[in-house]
Design a protein around this ligand. Sequence first.
Ligand code: ADP
Ligand code: ADP
Ligand code: ZN
Length: 216
Amino acid sequence: MRLILLGPPGAGKGTQAHRIVEKYGIPQLSTGDMLRAAVAAGTEVGKKAKAVMDAGNLVSDDIVIAIVSERIDQDDCSKGFILDGFPRTLVQADATEKMLAAKGLDISAVIEIRVDDAVLADRIAGRYTCATCGTGYHDENLKPAVEGVCDKCGGTTFKRRPDDNRETVRTRLQAYYKETSPLIGYYYAKGKLKGVDGMKDIDAVSADIEAILSTL
Ligand code: ADP
Ligand code: ADP
Ligand code: ZN
């Protein structure tokens, strides 16, 4: 199963990708996570990407395509994968088609998580993750059972992304509408697009995605 999760920043792509990983045992390939790892490691790619990401703009297609192409060749992707935050431009979408075709593969489905713009700023501003295991939380919508303790690993340190502030949300939404939303038409025309209502609560969205995946 090779999936693409599409939707604006804060829609719930990462949250839902984690649940699909647990259920189906296929890896989540998040270009955002990969780029943040490159920034933290201080690689050449990381140095180029940092300022662009902090401002809420998109990193160049070449860089991101190269990162994903390498990652897909690793053994754990042989049974499938979930692309989270990629492709994000039509150039990336075309490159993905060609890259997969050359490997004899294709995309099974594209799941578009639809969310009103009005809630995105709150979702992004309230987002944080466990620094130990990466589990995602939210100040209001998804708190750990015991305050300050990760449900999954018991960790007590949490982190927030530097770009998760209300100032960058506008830039990131603009980048989404300008560069990424054309992919909705692109995949619709290929008969691959499946929409889910991302305004529902997290479990309800998971159930709707599950219903789609069971038909693939
Ligand atoms: P979100 O979870 O808010 O949708 P991501 O973690 O996917 O955000 O991405 C964070 C930042 O990383 C983006 O604002 C952008 O600068 C960069 N980025 C991630 N994926 C891509 C991509 N496919 N193409 C270009 N830039 C990307
Ligand atoms: P994305 O990867 O699309 O940028 P995330 O999965 O990181 O989005 O979700 C953004 C924030 O919103 C997180 O803090 C998450 O806990 C919360 N969230 C995700 N899905 C929902 C939902 N359906 N309802 C309410 N909050 C949600
Ligand atoms: Zn944890």
